[in-house]
Unconditional design. Sequence first.
Length: 268
Amino acid sequence: MAGLEPLYAWARPAISRPQDALVCGIHWELIRHGYRCLGTGDQPGPDERKSELLPAGWEANKEVYTLRYKSTDDAHELLLKAIMVEDSMILNVMDRSSQKVADVTLAVADYINPEHLDDFHKVYKNTEELRTRITSGIIAPLGTPAGKARKEPESKEDVLWDENPLRLPPRQPMGTRAPPRPSPLSPFAVGGEDLDPFGGRSGGMIVDPLHSGVPQPSIDPSSGIPGRLPPGAVPPGARFDPFGPLGVGRPGPDPDHLPPPGYDDMFI
């Protein structure tokens, strides 16, 4: 609880009971979360100013401690009442701006060593638990001041791919290269296209003479129709059937090299 030690040293002359030390610790947790103390009592007094210190007379009533706080952005004003009931302290906090109320009950002996009020390093115990109780029981229900809110990334470049639901993920992990395609001449590539039609692999049940491993001119998808398709109409590598018969001078076998059964039977 960094910062509590100088505050405790400053308030030590007024601390005479364990509940005084606990109020001092609770006060500092509110300071850490962006609140500043205005004074004591239910109503504001003259010449009040925001301060990280406890106001004069804060420990006058050992049964009911009444303190008022305001956030650094002026959005929240809290009225804190710490009420002693036997060995427990009931914290009742109201946000006057929103009329929200939060309550937390703390056992004084769980957080204060009464025999070590003179030694700051021994007077507090279970400080992490105390901080958690104050945060979850008071700060979270009533709202965190804007100055303590989590900052947004300064630019869109700071947002990772996984954090932006409107962006499509890359096809492969960023910074890595796509795996090389298997060679068409590799015996292990046969059948790969049947197993994974969209994987970009070669091979299959019917041998395609255009995929023999020798570079061939690309097929013109505009063959057989008036005019030509605009550039980029067919994405690179797309499985595309031309609209009509292929143009003159196409390398490779005749398009009818696999005629249907009985193709030349004149009686069919």
